[in-house]
Design a protein around this ligand. Structure first.
Ligand SMILES: Cc1cc2nc3c(=O)[nH]c(=O)nc-3n(C[C@H](O)[C@H](O)[C@H](O)COP(=O)(O)OP(=O)(O)OC[C@H]3O[C@@H](n4cnc5c(N)ncnc54)[C@H](O)[C@@H]3O)c2cc1C
Length: 419
């Protein structure tokens, strides 16, 4: 598609280099390859691998997977259709609302992250993206005008690319030591998250023998902890998360987000799991006979908020662009939708790209689309999860929603669950 010529003829060159092969990077790679770009995706982990995640994908996310012709394949490996969301507050009555399905009949379902991420990345390869894995990107140098050099640990030469897509998932620089002329990144800073909540640590475990209807996702919390529980799909046989025995039996995912103060007090995922079961009667009932199907995985800190969408030839997708509070169950959908949006923008600006025109036009279109589609969803999701983590607020809110069930249905839609 492009006539762009690499500066260093010995280096491998691409139109776009995608850093990170999680859902955002794999989807961006797949959609851009389908739009005719020469794309590579660089992922540091060998797949399949587990990841801390609630694994819930609402109908809107399945729509994007259907656009990649993956819905049928993934649904065979996913958990059952989820038709209801039940709120389990620490105090007060439980509440239940229907989850919307798409017109095409796609319902919300959960799928194990080892399976999802692996198949998505394979799809990007099928559509023409070059996949490098496992490779660790240590540095990205450049700007829109000159193009980029992507340095991979252990490689003698950097890759060349006209643009880069940052899909490394993290709000922090970490090992991504970008150095590009006097920017925030060069000084080791990162744009501050704009939501004001953060500092939480996240845990996930796969469980068996959980008492919960197959078609229901339960969400709720106790002081300082917010949890989601649902039936998910089976794990890949080669999952590297220890002996995940959920391969052959019904498998449930319990994920929770915990205030750091509470983590210091309880010290481990197991102890926090006990705290949730003791202090939230509804979770206690559901988990009374539950058996672990693997180890507790943890990650953090979580830092929800809108970050960077486009800057000087660098496009951000998924959590690198903005993080929604973990248990709103929107992160994967936002990651997939952002990849789809980027593919569409690249395709719409095919002529500008081929003529080697300023990337700013394409960047501005992507930023506009991203903010329109995602900014309010991120903010409402983050506000909703704040309520759930405060028992008093949560009890008052559920009592109110109990009296006015229509409003609860609307909240479900506002938080991005409508297709
Ligand atoms: C507790 C918890 C529960 C959640 N529950 C849900 C849920 O139920 N539903 C939902 O939709 N979302 C949920 N989320 C959010 C969801 O997990 C994220 O939004 C999603 O993983 C973001 O995808 P991503 O591709 O942006 O990042 P990631 O999934 O983090 O992928 C980034 C990838 O980049 C790779 N990478 C990083 N650095 C480098 C490097 N230097 N070189 C090469 N590769 C690199 C990583 O190995 C990784 O594979 C949850 C999150 C948490 C923490």
């Amino acid at each position: 598609m492009s006539d762009w010529v690499p500066l260093n003829p010995n280096a491998k060159s691409y139109d776009v280099a995608v850093i990170g092969g999680g859902p955002a990077g794999a989807a961006a790679g797949a959609f851009m390859a389908r739009a005719g770009l020469r794309v590579c995706v660089l992922e540091q982990k060998r797949f399949p691998r587990q990841k801390v995640c609630g694994e819930f994908i609402p109908a809107a996310g399945w729509k994007v997977l259907a656009d990649l012709d993956l819905a049928a394949r993934l649904q065979r490996l996913a958990g059952p259709n989820l038709q209801y969301v039940a709120v389990y507050p620490q105090w007060g009555p439980e509440l239940c609302a229907a989850l919307p399905a798409t017109a095409a009949g796609l319902a919300a379902r959960a799928i194990s992250r080892d399976v999802l991420d692996d198949i998505l990345l394979q799809r990007a390869a099928e559509l023409g993206a070059a996949i490098f894995q496992p490779v660790h990107v240590s540095q990205v140098l450049g700007e829109a005008q000159t193009g980029f050099e992507v340095f991979v640990a252990g490689w003698p030469l950097p890759l060349r690319a006209r643009a880069v897509v940052l899909a490394h998932g993290s709000p922090r620089l970490g090992a991504m030591n970008f150095v590009s002329g006097g920017s925030d990144e060069a000084a080791g800073r990162w744009p501050a998250p704009q939501s004001g909540i953060g500092g939480c640590v996240c845990f996930k475990i796969h469980l068996e023998n959980v008492h919960l209807p197959d078609n229901t996702i339960a969400i709720g919390g106790v002081e300082g902890l917010y949890a989601g529980l649902l039936r998910t799909g089976k794990s890949a046989p080669a999952a590297d998360a220890g002996d995940d025995t959920c391969q052959n039996r019904a498998c449930y995912n319990l994920a929770f987000v915990v205030d750091r103060k509470l983590v210091r007090r309880y010290g481990s995922g197991v102890a926090l799991y006990g705290y949730l079961r003791r202090h939230n009667a509804s979770f206690g009932r559901s988990l009374r006979a539950a058996r672990p199907g693997g180890e507790f995985l943890s990650c953090g800190p979580m830092e929800p908020g809108v970050r960077e969408v486009y800057a000087d030839g660098r496009f951000f997708v998924g959590n690198a662009a903005g993080e929604v509070h973990a248990l709103i169950g929107e992160g994967l959908t936002l990651a997939l939708c952002a990849g789809q949006l980027l593919g569409r923008v690249m395709s719409d600006h095919r002529a500008a790209w081929s003529a080697g025109k300023d990337l700013e036009i394409i960047g501005a279109a992507y930023r506009r689309g991203w903010l329109n589609q995602f900014a309010s969803r991120l903010r409402s999701g983050n506000a909703f999860s704040q309520v759930l983590m405060k028992p008093l607020l949560s009890a008052a809110a559920t009592a109110y929603l109990y009296a006015f069930p229509d409003i609860f249905d609307r909240c479900i839609r506002w938080s991005g669950k409508s297709p």
